[in-house]
Design a protein around this ligand. Structure first.
Ligand SMILES: [Mg+2]
Ligand SMILES: [Zn+2]
Length: 193
């Protein structure tokens, strides 16, 4: 039987949104995130991170730093007995940066590449999986792949909700205060359990 996943955005959803995380010391969990991801780990879902990191293409930080930041994130989560089953990032930007990063790639959200890669690797049924993020492009990203989506009001979420919601192309299935509430909602309302 195919697996199912809860896909998570990183900045503003799992970790505090501070613009660009250009040093690992700036990486900080949003409160209750460790407990939230532990809820996923204790369920049937995989927890998979998908993050755009165009700061690499822009020259704000290196790809090596993105990888280091992911390791720091793992350590922060271990304190809660929580773990991410996989982490995907897109270092590209279609218009800026050196040639290896100035790519009109298929992995920059809302394009589907990161989720298609994960689905192939872990044998995931995308249509019964979920996407959680703090920006409307996270919601489009999930919706385009046929997933249910949750917008969190952390990170850019609150501003997106208060000032942008009339112009959203796609509406989220649920709007949650934070990741913990988002995951609680998914686990309580999921019809395929
Ligand atoms: Mg975000
Ligand atoms: Zn990419």
């Amino acid at each position: 039987m195919k697996k199912r996943a809860i896909f998570l955005d990183r900045d503003g959803t799992v970790t505090k949104e501070i613009g660009y995380i250009n040093h690992v010391d700036n990486l900080e969990l949003i409160p209750d995130t460790g407990r939230a991801i532990k809820l996923i780990n204790d369920s049937k879902f995989l927890a998979i991170l998908t993050t755009n990191q165009a700061g690499v293409a822009r020259g704000y930080f290196t790809e090596k730093l993105v990888i280091q930041a992911m390791k720091v994130l793992d350590h922060l989560l271990i304190r809660y007995g929580a773990k991410l089953d996989a982490k995907y990032y897109c270092p590209h930007h279609p218009e800026v940066g050196p040639p290896e990063y100035r790519v009109n790639c298929n992995c920059r959200k809302p394009k589907p590449g990161m989720i298609l890669d994960a689905a192939e690797k872990f044998d995931i049924d995308i249509s019964t999986s979920y996407m959680i993020g703090d920006r409307s492009n996270d919601i489009e990203f999930g919706h385009n792949l046929g997933m249910k989506t949750v917008l969190v009001l952390t990170g850019y979420g609150k501003g997106e909700y208060e000032y942008q919601r009339d112009s959203w192309i796609v509406k989220p299935d649920f709007i949650a205060r934070d990741l913990y509430e988002a995951i609680e909602w998914i686990l309580q309302n999921d019809k395929n359990n």
